[in-house]
Design a protein around this ligand. Structure first.
Ligand code: AMP
Length: 171
């Protein structure tokens, strides 16, 4: 077993002063480490039935699609406003300073479908919670939110209290 933390590069003050960025590109570049990470994410799902994996732009797309293929599920991208070409549902959410928003295609999830939400990092939880809202507005049932990393000191899981939320690495 590899220590996956060895494949997360820490970049202080990126993209702005005060943010300690967790760079997953060394993990993506290593076939053993990325394979182990995928397996650990699959272990978190623990055999539960999943119809759709929702990946959050953009770093949630890498393992999101791999998870979907391995879980025999479809993949759904959630993107920043203006990127998805078809009719969308938009969910605004609070950032530390100001607001942002995410979109999903209105036909991406059918009522009652079992959904896994995936992203690289759980920080304050605002992003993942906005995606939960989008999925539920379309009638999806959230089975789990999973992440490569969780920044525990930011208490992101407080916003996800109603859901099962798990991560491979905790900081
Ligand atoms: P939050 O809404 O605060 O939970 O932020 C989560 C989103 O921001 C995810 O899509 C992450 O990719 C990104 N993010 C937040 N903090 C970091 C960080 N320290 N390093 C890398 N990505 C981050």
């Amino acid at each position: 077993m590899l220590d996956l933390e060895d494949y997360i590069r820490i970049i202080p003050d990126f993209p702005k002063p005060g943010v300690v960025f967790k760079d997953i590109t060394p993990l993506l570049a290593d076939k053993e480490a990325s394979g182990q990470c995928l397996q650990e994410l699959l272990n978190l799902v623990n055999g539960q039935k999943i119809d759709k994996v929702v990946g959050i732009e953009s770093r949630g797309f890498f393992f999101g699609m791999l998870l979907a293929q391995n879980l025999n599920a479809g993949f759904v991208p959630v993107r920043k406003p203006g990127k998805l070409p078809y009719t969308t549902l938009l969910e605004p959410y609070q950032l530390e300073y100001g607001m942002d928003a995410l979109e999903i295609h209105e036909d991406a999830i059918s009522k009652g479908e079992k959904v896994l939400i995936h992203d690289d990092v759980l920080a304050t939880g605002g992003t993942a919670k906005a995606v939960c809202n989008l999925v539920e507005k379309l009638g999806g049932e959230i089975v789990q939110c999973n992440f490569i990393m969780e920044l525990s000191f930011l208490d992101g899981r407080d916003k996800l209290k109603r859901y099962d939320a798990f991560s491979v690495l905790q900081y």
